[in-house]
Write a protein that binds this ligand. Structure first.
Ligand code: ZN
Length: 393
């Protein structure tokens, strides 16, 4: 049965749920749980989904929860929200501030979870779609290595809950509340960490000719690494190679045996990511060799690049414009932070988008941050309408 645009979910459909959604969000905010410890949050989500008639699967990739709702024989969509908090002591003085000392929802995952629950209730009640809805509540987004997305995929997420496309969003401090930021192609950076240990031969500071000085070798490696982005990356592309620490030596009159530098490396394409690794390894080894030193390199790959597919981004942009109007939908700049939604996008086409948290919002991971409850109905309406449009009968 064809539907006209004005039959799809709108923000006004959630007006009478605004207070309930805010109460749910503030409950989650007061009870934050760190990565891999989201027991209460996962139970809270699963119980609600069950009460609305979802087929609920718990413990997908650890504490992940998937709620499935089937209606007819159409396509299948997945939408993901993250559930974990951070090891930060909250300093907001809000009445619903964290009750768990040293833990805080400082990245707004409490809001992401609540918006998706808001859409879940609406979709189960109205059922204006033809197909399968998979709502993915993911733990451990903040984990870095071995994150919740990787664990859910490894546990057969896409085989057990097949989908044609996947969507997710993150709130965005600094952008106007209720506005959407969209970008096709690369959106958020791959983030890699490198440790380079330089081994020389120690000795007396007054007898350098009898030593191999790892300090001088390290200094040369740091300077030569500055050529990676400037000489090996296409100038119309971008990347970051930052030497964050340099350590070595214990006294001014001693040439040490070892020195160590650590790097943070960011890139926005798989090709450039590979180029950076190859150049960093080569420079470290060959510069050290030129000094008679040797290196040991630990190159640890973190989350990959978040790459949005063209057609799903164009589709999500249309839905956002229908909801909030063209003047509240903008192109998102490249974001040098990283996000494990990238792993889902390596398997399925989809779109990760950003929802403005307000121009005066504290930044993410700050002890003063709070999710903007004014966005709860906007986000819930986005997911409901996007689902109805994607699964239009
Ligand atoms: Zn986050």
């Amino acid at each position: 049965m064809p539907k006209t645009s004005n039959q799809f979910a709108d923000i006004s459909d959630f007006a009478d749920k605004a207070a309930e959604l805010a109460a749910a969000r503030q409950h989650l905010h007061a009870h934050p749980e760190l990565s891999f410890q989201e027991h209460e949050t996962a139970a809270y989500v699963a119980e609600r989904l069950e009460s609305w008639g979802y087929e609920v699967t718990r413990n997908v990739g650890g504490l992940g929860v998937v709620g499935r709702l089937r209606q007819g024989s159409g396509r299948s969509i997945a939408i993901r929200a993250d559930m974990d908090a951070l090891p930060i002591t909250e300093a907001t003085n809000l009445p619903y501030a964290s009750q768990a000392s040293g833990k805080m929802h400082a990245c707004g995952h409490d809001g992401h979870t609540t918006m998706l629950l808001g859409a879940a209730e609406y979709l189960a009640r109205t059922r204006h779609f033809n197909g399968t809805v998979n709502l993915i509540f993911q733990p451990a987004e903040e984990a870095g290595k071995g994150s919740g997305a990787q664990a859910m995929i490894a546990d057969g997420l896409f085989e057990r809950f097949p989908c044609d496309a996947i969507f997710g969003l993150h709130n965005h401090p600094g952008a106007p509340a209720g506005s959407f930021l969209m970008r096709a192609g690369p959106l958020m950076a791959a983030s890699d960490t490198v440790t380079i240990k330089i081994a020389g031969r120690g000795g007396h500071a007054s007898r350098p000719h009898l030593t191999v000085d790892p300090i001088v070798a390290a200094a040369n490696i740091v300077m030569t690494l500055q050529t990676v982005v400037s000489r090996n990356v296409n100038p119309i592309e971008t990347a970051v190679v930052t030497v964050g620490t340099i350590r070595g030596g214990t006294a001014s009159n001693v040439i040490p045996e070892h020195a160590e530098i650590t790097l943070s490396v960011r890139s926005f394409s798989a090709e450039i990511r590979d180029t950076l690794e190859q150049r960093i390894r080569s420079i470290a080894a060959l510069v050290a060799q030129a000094h008679g030193a040797t290196v040991e390199i630990d190159y640890e790959r973190g989350y990959p690049v978040v790459v949005n597919s063209e057609s799903e981004t164009s589709f999500a942009t249309d839905v956002a414009v229908e909801l909030v109007g063209q003047d509240k939908v903008a192109v998102c700049p490249l974001i040098p932070g990283s996000e494990d939604f990238s792993y889902f996008l390596e398997h399925k086409p989809g779109c990760f988008l950003r929802l403005g948290n307000g121009e005066d919002s504290a930044i993410l991971h700050s002890s003063k941050y709070d999710f903007n409850d004014g966005n709860l109905t906007v986000g819930a309406a986005l997911w409901a309408r996007l689902t109805e449009r994607f699964l239009a009968a």
